[in-house]
Design a protein around this ligand. Structure first.
Ligand code: FAD
Length: 299
């Protein structure tokens, strides 16, 4: 009984690392100029899946819906220990809200076939909705354990998993039948460093877009196919699927399939009047806590 885990990974703009040169004159952030990073909680989700593989064997597949340069993040997944990397990419996915994103991901998972576990981050640091995991589980019609902190037990014979999840002011232990989707919260599993041997091997892994980019017009399609076959034989191919490959309905994807339209993204820039200096004294702290409680910010 070989374990197969699929990990939903997202490449996101590094909103936690905003420096002066990405600020616009009006004080807002130019997101397009932010470096693209591996969503932090997705790295921990991948780490949890890899630890189960270390213990039970099997395979780990990293899956992302994203632009062609998301292949960089998929190589990171291969460096960490993923066995397979899949890029679902198509211009018609642009401006997808969470409903359209989870629809495309569930079609891709159906195209992958058999699996026992789906992992994802609790939330992405850009959209921050925490909706894609639960929505994907619903579309797959499988149970979900959100805010996972720890896998306590995986019983492949009984086909059950037991996990600890965070709740307000504590945690709870849940047991679910396989297959199940788990979303993972920050601080659950320190991601392992890239393996040097894997780095040397998979730095040459390429998606279809990247192979196409190496082929100039003088070469024909046959040559392109040959390069793809060579990459597949060497296990250096980042599988690249479009809408047709996953048999998705165009009307359910991208802007067309998104009831939510992100009108504008604007960073809230706090001006001078909106903050207050609190002396680092017991009295200062008391005053601040009282004010925060009065404002129902906490307590
Ligand atoms: C500032 C901002 C606000 C937005 N507000 C909304 C909104 O209110 N409603 C709405 O429907 N959409 C919204 N969107 C669009 C939304 O970001 C996209 O639909 C996005 O693809 C998924 O949502 P998320 O980033 O919130 O992910 P989350 O739901 O927070 O992601 C949770 C997990 O799902 C997985 N996942 C998410 N996206 C992908 C992917 N593309 N490939 C693989 N795995 C993935 C990852 O494991 C991730 O950790 C917003 C976007 C931005 C930038």
């Amino acid at each position: 009984m070989s374990l197969h885990s699929i990990v939903l990974v997202k490449q996101v703009p590094d909103t936690s690392n905003i420096s002066g040169d990405v600020m616009r004159p009006d004080g807002t952030v130019n997101r397009a100029r932010l470096p693209a990073i591996f969503n932090p909680e997705d790295q921990e989700a991948l780490e949890l899946a890899l630890r189960l593989k270390d213990e039970h064997g099997g395979t780990v597949t990293a899956l992302t819906m994203g632009p062609p340069n998301a292949a960089n993040m998929l190589r990171d997944c291969l460096y960490m220990g993923a066995d397979r990397a899949i890029l679902v990419s198509d211009r018609r996915f642009a401006a997808a809200d969470t409903l359209a994103t989870s629809y495309a991901l569930h079609k891709a998972i159906l195209h992958i076939g058999d699996y026992d576990l789906i992992f994802g981050g609790r939330q992405a640091i850009d959209g921050d909705t925490a909706q894609v995991g639960p929505q994907t589980a619903e579309k797959m019609n499988i149970p979900q354990i959100t805010y996972t902190q720890e896998i306590l037990n995986l019983d492949l014979k009984k086909r059950t998993i037991r996990a600890r999840r965070a709740i307000k002011n504590g945690h709870e232990i849940l047991e679910a039948p396989l297959p199940v989707l788990l979303t993972v919260i920050k601080g659950s599993a320190e991601p392992r460093p890239f393996e040097v041997r894997r780095l040397c091997t998979y730095k040459r892994a390429q998606s279809k877009f990247e192979i196409e980019a190496t082929v100039d017009d003088s070469h024909d399609l046959v040559w392109m196919e040959e390069l793809m076959e060579r990459a597949k034989t060497q296990n250096l191919y980042i599988e690249t699927w479009n809408i047709e490959d996953i048999d998705a309905d165009v009307e359910m994807c991208g802007l067309a399939g998104s009831p939510t339209k992100v009108h504008k993204v604007e960073n809230v820039v706090l001006s001078g009047s909106e903050f207050k200096q609190v002396p680092a004294t017991a009295e200062g702290m008391n005053e601040m806590i009282t004010e925060l409680m009065q404002d129902h910010i906490f307590g």
